[in-house]
Every structure is written in C-alpha cells, then in structure tokens.
Write a protein that binds this ligand. Sequence first.
Ligand SMILES: Nc1ncnc2c1ncn2[C@@H]1O[C@H](COP(=O)(O)OP(=O)(O)OP(=O)(O)O)[C@@H](O)[C@H]1O
Length: 232
Amino acid sequence: MEVVASLTNASKQYKTGDTVITALQPTTCEFRKDELTLIIGPSGSGKTTLLSLLGCVIFPTTGEVTICNQKINDLGQNELAEVRLRNIGFVFQSFNLLAPLNGLENVMQPLLLQRVNKKEARQRAEDALQKVNMLDRMYNLPKMLSGGQQQRVAIARALVTNPSLMLCDEPTAALDIKSVAIVMEELKMLSTTGKSVAVVTHDLRLKPFADRIIYVNNGVASEQPSEEDSFH
Ligand SMILES: Nc1ncnc2c1ncn2[C@@H]1O[C@H](COP(=O)(O)OP(=O)(O)OP(=O)(O)O)[C@@H](O)[C@H]1O
C-alpha cells in the first residue's frame, strides 16, 4: 500500500537549560494510504511529539521525516509551511473553530488562505460538510453546536484542502461516548477515501476503529503492545 508519511530512525530531544529530555527514541514507521493508525500511549509517553514530527511542526533531532515523498529535514520554514498546507489536515482535541464564524465560513478558511476564489471555496466547503453529515447545520455558529458536531465541522475544515495525511490529536477527548463513535466513524470513513489518518489517543476504547496501532511508551514507539497495554 502507498506510503504517505514515514519516519526513519527519527528521534526528538528537547533541551531546556542544562536538561535534555528524550521525548522520542529513534523511530521507524510508515503511515499508508487508506489506513487509520492509532498512536496509543500514556500521558507524557511521546505521542504528541511523534504527531508533531509527522505534522512538520518540529524537526527531528536525528533521522528523517518524509511526507508525500518529500524529505522535510532540509526544508526552510516557508517550504515547510507549504508542505503542511498542501498535504496535511490537522484536527485538535479542542476543535479550534473560530467563534464568530459559522460552520461554512470556518470550513472555507483554509481555502481562502490558499487564495481559492470565494465561489469555489464555498462549493468545496459544502462538499466537505456533506461528507461529515453537517451540511444542514452549516449556518450555525460553533456555540450552537454540540461538541461532537463542532468536531465534525473541524474535520470538514481539515479535509477541505484534500490532504493526503490527516493528523488528529486526541480528537475524541472532549466528547461524550455517543459522539466518540460518530467522530471515529467519520475518520474511519475518510481513511477509506485515499487518505492516511493518524489519531493520537490515550483511550484504548478506540482500538476497534484502527487498521493499525502504534504503541508509545517512555519515548519508544512499537507496533507490539507492551505488557501494560495488553492487559486492556
Ligand atoms: N517543547 C517541549 N520542551 C520540553 N519538553 C517537552 C516539550 N514537549 C514535550 N516535552 C516532553 O517530552 C515528553 C513527551 O511529551 P509528549 O507531549 O510527546 O507526550 P504525550 O504522550 O503526547 O503526552 P500527553 O498525552 O500528556 O499529551 C514529556 O516528558 C514532555 O514533558
């Protein structure tokens, strides 16, 4: 299956003063088209660091990160921003919708940033909202929507630019159990439409939605569960 993103011996250390924290040990893994990959691990284990490397938000200390066949290590900040805008959609725990804008306007924003004209942006935003079954609520402000509905609008905003890679950081953490299932089913559905979807979570209940699971423990990423994980 086609590889959308990969880490090759990629590690990350953070330096604060004299202290060096190894957030992620050298890691090699692939994220493929048409797959939903869960990145599971306890708090502080290195999940967000792994996702941030994939999202081209931070550079690895050692090793390589490749997104859509492009090695990102040697890119400058502007080129990196371009890679992010063209290839990656982000979904966050706290939705991050713009409060004064309705659902449609929120979803149109990434396209307007890419200088797509307003008419086309509106059409594409409506198509994205349709995919997550939120077209009928597109004129609502975020505060008029439930958490699950806001997250579905946020997913539409992430997918409107047609990214190959969708990166989701604890997308269900703020949701009730019914909304968790709806949001995960939407993400699963997207992963069958030629995208690679990576979801960071500490919630082992999301396992049934995964095609593949990467376990992260103490900065070590592995496709094998540790003893601690396998008890669940
Ligand atoms: N910018 C930073 N500067 C210094 N240390 C950091 C930084 N970001 C993360 N860390 C440290 O790296 C380690 C891994 O953090 P990371 O956020 O990747 O874990 P996580 O598994 O996502 O945790 P959580 O589930 O609590 O968000 C932690 O010890 C954290 O304190």
